[in-house]
Design a protein around this ligand. Sequence first.
Ligand SMILES: [Zn+2]
Ligand SMILES: [Zn+2]
Length: 550
Amino acid sequence: MNLEFLALGGLGEIGKNMLVFKFNDRFLVVDAGVKFPDEKTPGVDLIIPDFSYLVANREKVLAVLLTHGHEDHVGALPYLLQQVPAPVFGTDITLGLAEGRIKELGIDWNATPVTPGDTLHLGPFSVEFLQVTHSVPGCVGLAIKTSLGTVIYSGDFKFDQTPVDGRKIDLARFAELSRQGVLCLLCDSTNAERSGFAPSEQKVKAVFEEIFRSAPHRIIVTTFASNVHRIQQIITTAHEFRRKVLIDGMSLVRVVSVAQELGYLKIPEGTLIKTEDLSRFPRKSVVIITTGSQGEPLSALSRIASGEHKKIKLEPGDTVVFSADPIPGNETLVAETVDNLFRQKAEVIYGPFSDAHVSGHGFSEDIKLMINLTRPRYFIPVHGEYRHLVRSARLAQQMGIKESQVFILENGDIVSFSPGRAFVKGRISISANFVDGLSVDDLASTVLRERQHMAQEGIVVLLTYINRKKKKIIGPEIHFKGFLPEKIALEIQEELRQQVILVLNQCIGENLALNACKQKVREALQKTIFKKLKKRPLILVDLLEENEHE
Ligand SMILES: [Zn+2]
Ligand SMILES: [Zn+2]
């Protein structure tokens, strides 16, 4: 009997983390995360893992285990549960953070809170939850035990010896497990390129104190909504410097209320104020915590920066602090926001000139310590772009794990463990799924992205009729808007027309539904246009059936 492991997401990318374990024909799923779109995926709100492998085995999925409440681990959960309604387990705050979108989409779920140290018995597996430290409270690693041995998944982690909430990583338990023998370690590799240990979250506190001491006027701090420890440190510092705190931005308000309710956030009485109270307090006695650390065009911070925020206006002497690093891909948006804030005459503390952020992911020494602590037979780096996985794998080899016992995988690669042996058995083919937004806010940002896209890449409109009975294609007419000089357009037009006719004839031959035909035509156009012009225009296919009689 073999134990199989594969990732449906999170390998070779930052985001949509999702791991699957199969033993004795039963499946365990760990995390179901989203990835945020970038310039490669215009008009899309979210990218989620391809669940088809699990949907095909849905009766055999015993549980979905959540390591922590970050979107790249829980954001796709509602979409998974719609297709694979398995029971969900995670710590109270993880479930609290995951619940928002589940409720929003009106999905029933069967969720059970666990406490670090708990062990669940699920079919042929038993799973122990191990407390780790990261940038959100209630983060756990997992020890997944089967009769073949124990696989440890580190979860997102760093060794923070002085965590803000005092809940330290359970070193003793990791060491005990290692004494009993660890078959394989799956290790967070996000920061494998960075040397040394990741600094403690506490390090940011002194930086905030310095900023609060010298800021003459209002302070605005932007951070990730889920970074409860950071929010705690800002609130504590504000309280020490007798400033009131305004929490601005929907996701922040939600996280603060969940964390406060579950006791993960301690807010001194009378510290929080509402937007309408802002004018009642002198500028120097207010701190605003807001979203928008990634330069998101619709966020409160972007609107403040462009002077379009209705309630919050900047004045000279105000200080804006970026307490987050840009996620790769967001650098330009962040830089624009910083520029605009400077234009508003605010002081901006950001990026290379600031220590107001530390990462929640361990650096290379943390990874080495994790390897040394668990002493696994096999090592699989997870949670990282491909180069991070390679770096992490090299650390393991430096520590004496043989190259043949280290697996650098892609999403979909299946590793099979049998007594005394492990090998890559093969792979399942997976693609990413895209989600269009449902709420008005999401829709607005979709439209916005589409517009940006059209502005940069142009539009192609195709109009054509098909008559299946007569196996006839009328048209097609192809129009280009906004990206091609007329001469080139005329040159390529005929070639694309011929291609569309070819594709449609095939579709008629296979008697495909109209929507499938549209999709085939769109894909063919996309491919050719990109090959010829290196452009990705928005392609609108208006394909109609001609049914009337002669
Ligand atoms: Zn993560
Ligand atoms: Zn995380």
